[in-house]
Design a protein around this ligand. Structure first.
Ligand code: KOT
Length: 822
């Protein structure tokens, strides 16, 4: 049947973008979708109806963009990521659609305060930290730059755990983010894909051609949930497609009728487990079978979705590289490589060489770490059990690759062992597979990309240097400047006019304003207002107070030894010890509030002990009358995107103190600088680029450089010697070891102290003296508040480079070679 009604012929249109139009649509949603009257509506009802209303304004553009993308011949990007740390959606979608003012007024007219609606949203925490938040920034920029693209990932039923403290120790609670419903997603069961596992492989005669095929043992249904990703006020709406696992036959009716309820739901539970929970690990993945199931699950569903739903039916697969690039967000989706080969060879019946030529052009790989323990490997046994055909394909890829190595370098057995995708320990090195298969390999900051080429993938760089490139990370200024810091945004717009949010290098124009005393005063007022706003949030949330005259010194990031939260603690304990020992008069202390935010992987014992220690030091320091309230340690639990948006704009000092060569990039460092905090940091990750841009005078550098770290390590690092050499360091360690922060119990934090004294893999003690000296420079600089503000303005003015829009343009130029849509 062909539609004839005039309304059916035209594309759906949005409700009128007026206060009246908004009110009408909102009440319609409240009545028709929630089935309640305004007078009887709960906060949840109102929030859900509001979200549905914002959605209604975006949907017309979305449908249009989906239609265009199907017809579009241009190359698209499929971003494959196991994590998307999205943060709250309401405010972002209001901003993107230009509806903030209308919605505020419309809700007020209905007697609703929009801020209570904002606060009602539970953020989807579908990521662990930097890697997942980067993916979320990238989909924002892809939409804002109108790049034809789709993000693929997993719709975890439980995101990153909710952290609470009991007696100062971390307790993990489930994050039931879906409990109140999720108004931003569209479930599409009709577009489900089947994803299979296990079983065996066999060969068969296909009309004279001997082929392999996979006979799986079991399968699950992958059901897509689509999320709208609106570009910033450009009318573009992209798609984020997250997969949820369901049982293929939800209920086996016969079993169920025969009374075996347990067996009937067993299959269902088993299947649903695959997308049940995000692995709460960052940089230290463990070889968990479920994790491999998750990875293959979302990647196989995504490739099938792309090949069968996005590509036209008659598409000539030889042209695939002109049509799509799959960007692999670290190694978590790398099983996509053998999966693509399986689809092309086994299902589409291409010959191996043709399929490999295509595959090699359709993938690119981003590496996000240098820590050897974070480089993902899967045992041959597990792969053979769960994905037997993929293992065969990996072996063949490896055989052919090693032949090329031999051709190029001769029979160098050591080199062949070193470069083999399958190690001697029968482990498949996923980073190597990605490097061999990918058209490009990139690191996430200049230093990281350089170390990747020189160290981790050195021999691959020697063989195929043209593959390697850098794309320095970035962050979306829409969320992390405009939404998080509305007052600063107003000030910038007053100075520069509009347009800077999508052209962040324009912040350069602020440089001259740094010399204007009135502008400096206004800038300082914004910082002060942001501190008060943070105070209000923390007071309400956790009962913490932020004093107006304190320097706000912030370290927020995952808890990991290489990030060195213990170095920050040693600084705090040193300041405390100076006063209580009487060596420094309390009146000589620069008042400071230290804010920590950090989750530890539940199985990472040392990280959890450090969390305990931060809380323990806080409990003592905050309550010791000798300090006269001049030092405060504030550690709000459950640091997440929502809290980041409040903390970062209030910060004076940004702590980026990882051991040089260990932090791939960092992205928090960029957010702080863009919000006018000065950085105290090592020459690591993107800190290097931040310092180059803002200038040495506006950055507090300390610690060993990466080559110096290597040198000290090679010479034999003995942390105890550094404790011997620095009296204050010894005092601080002794104080912790003495039980001063554990009610006299020496055993509680003894493992932290002895780890530092006798092991100290991340050379905290070696950098301590230099760190304390740098902190003294911070105090001196802060004493001249006006000069500090000038530096802060220059930080904002000179860090426009770190927009994720620039990162995406770099991906386009260096890796994807796509054209933005018209
Ligand atoms: C996790 C598991 C395996 C390999 C890498 C990771 C990882 C790396 N998770 N988060 N990262 C961070 O990614 C950010 C975005 O590129 C970086 O800024 C940061 O330095 C990484 O630690």
């Amino acid at each position: 049947m062909v539609a004839t009604h005039p309304l059916a012929l035209a594309p759906v249109s949005s409700p009128p973008a007026t206060v009246d139009g908004f009110v009408r649509e909102f009440l319609l949603n409240l009545n028709m979708e929630r089935g309640v009257a305004l007078s009887a509506a709960t906060e949840t009802d109102k929030y859900m109806a509001l979200a549905a209303t914002v959605r209604d304004y975006l949907v017309a553009r979305w449908l249009e963009d989906q239609r265009r993308q199907r017809e579009d011949q241009r190359k698209a990007v499929c971003y494959l990521s196991a994590e998307y740390l999205l943060g709250r959606q309401l405010d972002n979608n209001l901003l993107a659609s230009g509806l903030t003012d209308i919605a505020t007024e419309a809700l007020a007219a209905c007697g609703i305060d929009i801020d209570t609606m904002r606060a009602h949203e539970v953020e989807p925490g579908l990521g662990n930290g930097g890697l997942g938040r980067l993916a979320a920034c990238f989909v924002d920029s892809l939409a804002t730059l109108s790049v034809p693209s789709i993000g693929y990932g997993i719709r975890y039923e439980y995101g990153i755990f909710r952290q609470v403290f009991r007696g100062g120790e971390q307790i993990e609670k489930p994050d039931a983010w879906l409990a109140l419903g999720s108004p931003w997603e569209f479930r599409h069961p009709e577009a489900a894909q089947t994803v299979s596992f296990a079983g065996h492989t066999e060969t068969y005669d296909d009309g004279g051609v001997i082929r392999s095929r996979w006979v799986p043992a079991w399968s699950v249904r992958a059901v897509p949930y689509n999320y709208m990703v609106p570009g910033y006020q450009n009318g573009r709406v992209n798609t984020l497609r997250l997969w949820s696992a369901e049982a293929t036959k939800a209920f086996d009716l016969r079993t169920f009728n025969s009374g075996d309820y347990v067996e009937a739901v067993r299959a269902q539970t088993f299947a649903e487990n695959i997308s049940k929970v995000l692995y709460p690990e960052d940089s230290t993945p463990q070889g968990k079978e479920l994790r491999l199931q998750q990875q293959y699950f979302f990647v196989a569903a995504s490739i099938a979705d792309y090949m069968t739903k996005v590509l036209p039916e008659d598409f000539d697969l030889e042209d695939l590289p002109d049509r799509v690039i799959f960007q692999l967000n670290d190694t978590h989706p790398v099983i996509a490589v053998p999966e693509m080969m399986r689809v092309l060879v086994d299902e589409r019946k291409l010959d191996w060489d043709a399929a490999w030529a295509i595959t090699q052009k359709c993938f690119a790989y981003t590496c996000h770490t240098l820590l050897p323990e974070a480089l993902e490997v899967w045992s041959v046994d597990l792969l053979g059990r769960l994905l037997p055909r993929h293992l065969e394909i990996i072996y063949r890829i490896n055989d052919e690759f090693l032949l090329r190595v031999r051709e190029r370098f001769g029979d160098d057995e050591q080199r062949l062992r070193d470069m083999s995708i399958v190690s001697e320990h029968r482990a498949v090195r996923m980073a190597y597979l990605a490097t061999v298969a990918g058209a490009k390999v990139n690191g996430v900051a200049e230093l990281h990309s350089q170390l990747l080429r020189e160290k981790v993938l050195h021999q691959f760089d020697e063989m195929m240097p043209e593959k390697f490139t850098n794309v320095t990370n970035g962050v979306t200024p829409r969320r992390f400047v405009r939404l998080a810091n509305p007052k600063l945004s107003e000030l910038i717009t007053a100075a520069l006019g509009t347009g800077w949010l999508t052209d962040l290098e324009r912040l350069r124009e602020l440089e001259s304003y740094a010399e204007d005393p009135d502008f400096r005063a206004a800038f300082a007022d914004v910082k002060a207002a942001n501190k008060r706003r943070l105070n209000d949030v923390l007071m309400k949330r956790d009962g913490f107070e932020i004093a107006d005259d304190h320097l706000l010194d912030v370290m927020v990031k995952r808890l990991h030894e290489y990030k060195r939260q213990t170095l920050k603690l040693l600084h705090i304990v040193t300041l405390y010890e100076r006063v209580v020992s009487g060596r420094v008069a309390v009146s000589d202390l620069q008042p400071r509030t230290f804010i920590f935010g950090a989750k530890a992987a539940p199985g990472y014992a040392m990280a959890k002990r450090v969390i305990h220690l931060i809380n323990a030091v806080g409990a003592v320091v905050n309550n010791d009358p000798r300090l006269e309230g001049r030092l405060k340690v504030v550690f709000p639990p459950n640091y997440n995107v929502t809290l980041a948006e409040r903390v970062i704009p209030a910060a004076d000092l940004s702590e980026q103190i990882s051991l040089a060569g260990k932090e791939a990039s960092g992205t928090g460092n960029m957010k702080f600088a863009l919000n006018g905090a000065l950085t105290i940091g090592t020459d690591d990750g993107a800190n290097v680029e931040i310092r180059e841009l803002v200038g040495d005078d506006n950055f507090f550098l300390f610690g060993m450089s990466e080559p110096e770290v290597e040198e000290l390590w090679a010479a034999g690092y003995r942390p105890g010697e550094f404790a011997q050499a620095d009296d204050e360091l010894r005092r601080a360690l002794d104080l912790i070891g003495s039980g001063a922060f554990s009610e006299g119990d020496r055993s509680t934090f003894e493992p932290v102290v002895s780890n530092l004294l006798y092991d100290d893999r991340f050379m905290v003690l070696a950098d301590y003296t230099s760190y304390i000296a740098a902190q003294e420079r911070v105090d001196a600089a802060y004493a001249d508040r006006d000069a500090w503000t000038r530096s802060a303005i220059l930080n904002v003015a000179r860090t426009g480079f770190f927009s994720s829009d620039r990162s995406i343009r770099d991906y386009i130029d260096r890796i994807w070679h796509t054209q933005p849509a018209r």
